[in-house]
Design a protein around this ligand. Structure first.
Ligand SMILES: Cc1cc2nc3c(=O)[nH]c(=O)nc-3n(C[C@H](O)[C@H](O)[C@H](O)COP(=O)(O)O)c2cc1C
Length: 196
């Protein structure tokens, strides 16, 4: 069941109401290709010093999820996990309506945009992507874990100079996302300078 359309509220209301929704609470339908491209267009609106676009995305769907499941199982086995735990890892790629890999392309020698500035753009991009998904009635969550450092998994997604950040799981939320962490009041993280 799709959540009430949050776009009926204000834009800021939409941003304030986004909470991550994990894979076990996501069902079909997954975002369609045109919706995925709108989310990607939102990601491209992230602040980007020197316009480097230090990221790209790769959608994993249909039979490709089986291939990813194989890679997850292999990564777990390589990490010394038991066959039962490796099978659990394999299962993590299955039953998700859509996975979108986030791949960073950081130019470590750029004369203008520093490495940390480029990583901030990657973060802004995936945040905009998830906010757009939420505004369109979908749920999602950014995930990483040790698997992103597994050589066979990295090699499957990355070309030279690229790094695998992780995956956004996406789909129709079966339940509304809820806050995971206690957050401070906004006034605690916004102050005047110099302090009074
Ligand atoms: C790059 C990145 C990787 C993350 N990896 C994981 C992960 O592997 N497992 C996890 O439970 N949360 C992970 N998170 C955090 C969740 O995506 C989510 O932001 C967090 O649970 C807080 O929920 P919220 O988005 O509703 O505030 C990651 C976040 C980022 C930005």
């Amino acid at each position: 069941m799709r959540r009430t359309d949050p776009t009926s509220g204000s834009t800021v209301g939409v941003l304030l109401s986004r909470y991550s929704v994990g894979g076990k609470h996501l069902v079909d339908p997954a975002p369609a290709q045109d919706e995925l491209l709108q989310m990607t267009a939102a990601a491209l609106r992230a602040p980007d010093h020197a316009g480097l676009i230090p990221f790209r995305f790769a959608a994993v769907r249909g039979s490709a999820l089986e291939r990813l499941a194989d890679l997850f199982e292999q990564a777990a086995a390589n990490a010394g996990k038991s066959a039962a735990d490796a099978a659990l890892d394999r299962h993590r790629a299955l039953g998700i309506p859509l996975l979108v890999a986030v791949i960073a392309r950081i130019d470590t020698g750029h004369p203008v945009a520093t490495v940390h500035e480029q990583w901030m753009t990657v973060g802004g991009a995936l945040t905009n992507f998830l906010n757009a998904a939420h505004a369109m009635g979908y749920g999602g969550k950014m995930l990483s874990g040790a698997k992103v450092r597994s050589v066979p998994v990295m090699q499957a997604f990355c070309g030279p100079g690229e790094q695998l950040v992780g995956w956004m799981v996406l789909g129709t939320p079966r339940k509304t996302g809820t806050p995971k962490f206690d957050k401070p009041d906004a006034a605690d993280v916004m102050s005047d300078w110099p302090p009074a």
